[in-house]
Design a protein around this ligand. Structure first.
Ligand code: PEP
Length: 249
């Protein structure tokens, strides 16, 4: 059975004191669903968040990492550094990394390899732009993102891969893919996996939807059979909203 997961991507938000406030309010929330819950603070707050959430069932994950183990890569963080502060899971390929930091599928393949080599779990993000959707090219774009970054892996690696479909036109825009659009794409992604790795692997991988998920729309999106959870940006910055989404399952 694949897992339901709700992960909050805090992006470049929250200094230390704001992080403390949000962590305290997260700890006061009540979880009524069976979803795995994750939050991704900035690098500077990872250790603090890890300590604060140690007794909770909220996993602290990272927003990015470099593919190299160490060395002359000023400003970067490696998988083993993340692991040394307790982080076991990393988000890779977020559309903001692709758009503003020129991350390509080829680079992401190296990052995925480095994370897996360090026994980390990867939340791998991908999704089409508005022009791709309008031009009815969205499935081709998504298939090539998945193939280029992940299809060099063997089937066993997929126990440590979570996929996050995030149409770029829906991220931070207030515009959400309709539940039907999300379901259609998630079913297509699962078929793409099945064609390469077989149905057992395809059925075992959690596929999250991301793009303006809010308390008001989460239930309907999560009710779709191939949507196994969400990657949440803006709504993850308010503990009440985030838990309304966590509890939408
Ligand atoms: C995201 O950053 O991954 C995201 C989905 O953001 P938002 O929920 O704000 O659209």
């Amino acid at each position: 059975m694949r897992k339901n997961i709700v992960a909050g991507n805090w992006k470049m938000n929250n200094d230390l004191s704001q992080t403390e406030t949000l962590l305290t309010s997260l700890k006061n929330q009540k979880q009524t669903s069976n979803a795995e819950v994750m939050v991704a603070p900035t690098f500077t707050n990872l250790w603090h968040a890890f300590e604060a959430l140690r007794e909770s069932n909220v996993e602290v994950v990272a927003q990015n990492m470099h593919f190299a183990e160490n060395g002359a890569y000023t400003g970067e963080i490696s998988a083993s550094m993340l692991k040394s502060v307790g982080v076991q899971t990393v988000i890779l390929g977020h559309s903001e990394r692709r758009a503003y930091f020129n991350e390509t599928d080829e680079l992401l393949a190296k990052k995925v390899d480095a994370a897996l080599a360090n026994s980390m779990r990867v939340i791998f993000c991908f999704g089409e732009e508005l022009a791709d959707r309008k031009g009815d090219n969205h499935e081709n774009v998504v298939a090539s993102q998945i193939k280029n970054a992940l299809f060099h892996l063997d089937a066993a690696a997929f126990k440590n891969i979570v996929l996050a479909y995030e149409p770029v036109w829906a991220i931070g825009t207030g515009e959400t893919a309709s539940p039907e659009q999300a379901q259609d794409m998630h079913a297509f992604i699962r078929k793409t996996l099945a064609d390469k790795y077989g149905n057992d692997i395809a059925q075992s991988v959690s596929i999250l939807y991301g793009g303006s998920v809010k308390p008001a729309n989460a239930k309907e999106i999560f009710s779709k059979p191939d949507v196994d959870g969400g990657l949440i940006g803006g709504a993850a910055l308010k503990a009440e909203d985030f838990y309304a989404i966590v509890n939408a399952f």
